[in-house]
Ligand binder design. Structure first.
Ligand SMILES: NC(=O)c1ccc[n+]([C@@H]2O[C@H](COP(=O)([O-])OP(=O)(O)OC[C@H]3O[C@@H](n4cnc5c(N)ncnc54)[C@H](OP(=O)(O)O)[C@@H]3O)[C@@H](O)[C@H]2O)c1
Ligand SMILES: *[C@@H]1O[C@H](CO)[C@@H](O)[C@H](O)[C@H]1NC(C)=O
Length: 325
């Protein structure tokens, strides 16, 4: 073999290896997204705790969990929405599940108060699964210094502190029986893109959750507790005010179905296939482009949000005047 032939053979070999690798990755992706059987969540325990189960993803997840026969502890701040959720589930699956409601505003209580209320609420229950789903975001894109103080406060309290303290309250029971699964609902804003300007506090709070999940998953793996951070991108809920339209934007139902398939597996996962595809695309784009285009896009959203807000304010003022006169 001369030198030229050697290089051609080497190039073909390298090409083949990389094609095989891509193929294998693709097969693995299809397996994880569509084929791999979900964990039998009831094996972790007969009860599941879901925070923020009165709307969006959390509500849809609660229905999914009831459908497989898990009893539910639903945590929410609005008693009538909580009643509506649990009544809806009882009507559909009441013949096979029990439901307990815990009313508490995760933005108002101290961490210790949250932990105590959860401990009290789950006393005597065999809790196998916890989903830290409750979350808050900005009403619209803003520079950090423009964000209302209450919004900053509620994001850090609900997204960071509540998830921490609810986990703290649920873990000892899981440790005792050496079984359990925790899913923390993170966000693409903190792990998929290099920056998420104009939603700073939100993205940073979700970065905390990702690291919190990563570390605890290592700490408790050997104790039989599977901890993960789930990464949704866009889901059509009141938080995003989006309408589910394509594979890019999941409905709460399709997201929660995918979410159920992934609980107990990887310490970080993107359950919905359309989101996973977007992650792959984002991965292939250069950071400079992502940084600049996300910033530009959110600057536009900020403008539109400001316009809408000032229009609403004006309308309210006019209404108030109308009532007086
Ligand atoms: N939608 C998306 O595109 C998207 C993307 C990435 C990550 N996520 C994450 O997914 C999770 C669910 O979001 P979502 O889109 O389903 O939003 P959502 O429709 O606004 O639902 C949020 C849930 O959290 C509850 N909650 C908020 N503040 C609370 C508080 N202080 N105390 C107790 N409960 C509280 C809400 O209660 P109320 O019903 O009383 O409002 C609601 O049940 C969040 O952690 C969010 O950050 C969402
Ligand atoms: C994108 O922004 C992040 C945050 O400032 C920075 O670390 C990164 O270097 C930026 N990437 C490029 C290529 O500009």
């Amino acid at each position: 073999m001369d030198v030229e032939e050697f290089f051609i053979a080497a190039a073909i070999a390298i090409g083949l290896v990389s094609v095989c690798k891509s193929l294998l990755n693709f097969v693995r992706w299809v397996w994880v997204m569509f084929v791999r059987p979900p964990k039998n969540l009831k094996e972790y325990g007969s009860w599941a705790v879901v925070t923020g189960s009165t709307d969006g993803i959390g509500k849809a997840l609660a229905f999914e969990m009831a459908s497989v026969g898990l009893n539910l502890v639903l945590v929410g701040r609005n008693p009538s929405k909580l009643e509506a959720t649990s009544n809806g589930i009882r009507q559909k699956y009441g013949y096979k599940v029990e439901i307990k409601n815990i009313v508490m505003d995760l933005a108002k209580l101290s961490g210790e108060e949250i932990a105590r209320a959860i401990e009290e609420g789950i006393k005597g229950l065999d809790v196998g699964v916890l989903v830290n789903n409750a979350g808050v975001a900005y009403p619209y894109a803003k520079f950090f210094h423009e964000v209302d103080l209450e919004v900053v406060e509620s994001i850090t309290k609900v997204n960071i502190e509540a998830a921490t303290w609810v986990s703290r309250a649920v873990l000892p029971g899981m440790l005792k029986k050496k079984k359990g699964a925790i899913a923390n609902i993170g966000s693409g804003s903190s792990v998929i893109v290099p920056s998420y300007p104009l939603y700073t506090v939100y993205a940073a709070s979700k970065a905390y959750l990702a690291m919190f999940s990563r570390c605890t998953s290592v700490e408790y793996k050997q104790q039989g507790i599977d901890i993960q951070c789930q990464i949704p991108i866009f889901v059509a809920t009141k938080m995003t005010k989006l309408k589910a339209s394509s594979f890019l934007i999941a409905s709460p139902e399709s997201y929660s179905k995918a979410s159920m398939r992934c609980i107990g597996y990887e310490h970080i996962c993107t359950p919905y296939w359309g989101h996973s595809l977007q992650w792959l695309i984002a991965h292939a784009l250069p950071d400079v482009l992502l940084n600049a285009s996300i910033f530009q896009y959110f600057l536009g959203m900020r403008k539109r949000g400001q316009l809408k807000e000032s229009r609403n304010k004006k309308m309210q003022q006019e209404n108030a005047l109308g009532h007086c006169g």
